[in-house]
Design a protein around this ligand. Structure first.
Ligand code: FES
Length: 68
């Protein structure tokens, strides 16, 4: 499986659905919020998909409480 290499960036983005956790994205991408705001370009982000995060749309680890 090909993975993102910070030392050899390319034009691809890799999206991983973490089990009972966030959507992890690495690579070359942009994030656009619901209101159309584009976030600062970044190479790695974890987006919440459980709805429990206090920092939506980002994962803050709150999903771990659901697994217990
Ligand atoms: S997926 Fe981590 S807080 Fe929602």
């Amino acid at each position: 499986m090909e993975t993102f290499n910070e030392e050899k960036p390319n034009d691809k983005a890799f999206i991983v659905l973490k089990p009972k956790g966030p959507v992890s994205i690495t690579g070359n991408f942009e994030v656009t919020l619901e209101d159309g705001t584009k976030l600062e370009k970044r190479e790695k982000v974890s987006l919440c998909r459980c709805g429990m995060s206090q920092k939506l749309p980002f994962c803050d680890g709150s999903h771990k409480a659901l697994a217990q």
